[in-house]
Design a protein around this ligand. Structure first.
Ligand code: HGY
Ligand code: MN
Ligand code: MN
Ligand code: MN
Length: 410
């Protein structure tokens, strides 16, 4: 039986083209949500959707949809999605690979005269990364009814802008209501961003669940004072207290035999001067665990430590929640479809948990969802060294093609 296949050259060409859009003066890839550089990426994606003859729709929070109505009529669509916004100094595959593979699958099926039993849609969700506006996965969270769109559009960014103003400024404050299509099924193809598939010599991950995520911003207030004249015993040192929090999180995660991970990704001191004891430290805490009860325990342990620290270091400490998502279990029937597709193509596959957050965890609130992973070299991501071989990229897109055909037949 001649097996369908995507057009490898077209997919690889688009990945590298999009990967060059939104580079800063130092050549770093930075397409933060609703920024001018992200607009360039959005415009390019919309141009490809139009070239493919798809209906383009944009909703109130800037989620972009390419819709192939095909023979499917009014049936609930199959949705293939991910994101094209990036972190700072990003790789070129995170999110973009899944969106462009989704477009590639639709274009391949269209070109071949495939008659789907339902519409097929490719989606690029707004602000999956959450770097400029928290929480992350915001566009798909709003789309799936987990966050009110008016509240989301009022989100204040790290640069003092409002998301809604920025989406309007870049021309992506769309007219469709978030959730205007409820998917029959949702599939997301993504690089693993971790070391498992490469370490085990596998080509495909059938992702069956995704760990819980807790984001907080912690503010510690002490007293600015002279770095030279102030005895240690008289200091209310916000910088030192912040360092103790980082050490606490690291030691706790290292000493436990659980998969809990903890990260302090952003930190700022005030007044941030070499010879002034910091009066204020502001930093973020990202906690994750596949088990909800353990994640709650980690949040409680941190809260208890902050209380103790406040008394010991005589500083004020407050914590603000930025995002909180429970672990998600994906749809086992779609997971089985992914495994069968990999088996049919002779590709080694295993079930796995996603360590990273993804739009699929939000759309799983409204539709049966699952994810397909391909290997990341050395497990690196959120880093320009992020890399996946062409062979793996093409294989993953063909698995997506098979799964979508399976869902769109009958
Ligand atoms: O944070 C995450 O895991 C995702 O990349 N937004
Ligand atoms: Mn991603
Ligand atoms: Mn990411
Ligand atoms: Mn993601």
């Amino acid at each position: 039986m001649s097996r369908r296949s995507i057009d490898p050259a077209r997919l690889l060409r688009r990945i590298s083209t999009l990967g060059e859009i939104g580079r800063d003066a130092e050549g770093r890839l930075v397409r933060l949500a609703a920024s001018d550089s992200e607009k360039l990426g959005r415009d390019q994606f919309v141009a490809w959707l139009e070239e493919a003859g798809l209906e383009v729709a944009v909703d109130h929070i800037g989620n972009i949809f390419g819709i192939w109505n095909g023979a499917g009529g009014e049936e609930k669509p199959i949705m293939i999605g991910s994101h094209i916004d990036t972190v700072i100094n990003a790789g070129i595959y995170d999110g973009c690979y899944g969106v462009l593979a989704g477009l590639e699958v639709i274009q391949t099926l269209k070109d071949e005269g495939f008659e789907p039993s339902r519409p097929i849609v490719v989606a690029a969700f707004t602000n999956e990364e959450g770097v400029r506006y928290a929480p992350d996965m915001m566009g798909s969270l709003v789309y799936s009814g987990g966050l009110d769109v008016a509240a989301a559009l009022k989100t204040l960014g790290t640069d003092g802008t409002l998301l809604g103003d920025e989406l309007a400024r870049i021309g992506y404050a769309g007219t469709h209501a978030p959730g205007f299509m409820t998917p029959h099924a949702y599939v997301e193809l993504h690089i693993e961003q971790g070391p498992v598939l490469e370490r085990e010599g596998l080509s495909v991950g059938a992702v069956e669940n995704l760990q819980g995520i807790s984001w907080q911003r912690v503010t510690i207030d002490g007293d600015a004072n002279h770095a030279g004249t102030t005895p240690i015993s008289m200091r209310r040192d916000a910088g030192y207290a912040a360092a103790r929090v980082i050490a606490f999180l690291r030691d706790r995660a290292k000493s436990s035999n659980t998969p809990t991970v903890a990260t302090v990704g952003c930190i700022a001191f005030e007044p941030n001067a070499i010879n002034v004891i910091p009066s204020r430290a502001t930093f973020t805490v990202d906690l994750r665990d596949p088990d909800e009860d353990r994640l709650k325990e980690e949040e409680a342990a941190l809260a208890a430590f902050l209380e103790l620290l406040s008394a010991e270091e005589k500083v004020g400490i407050s914590a603000e929640r930025l995002a909180r998502f429970e672990p998600v279990k994906f749809d086992s029937a779609i997971v089985r479809l992914i495994e069968a597709a990999a088996g049919d193509r002779g590709l080694a596959c295993r079930r796995m948990t996603s360590g990273a957050g993804h739009d699929a965890q939000m759309i799983a609130r409204i539709a049966p969802s699952a994810m397909i992973f391909v290997p990341s070299r050395s497990g690196i991501s959120h880093n320009p060294k992020e890399f996946t071989t062409d062979v793996d990229l093409i294989a993953g897109a063909n698995i997506l093609l098979d799964v979508v055909c399976g869902l769109a037949t009958g």
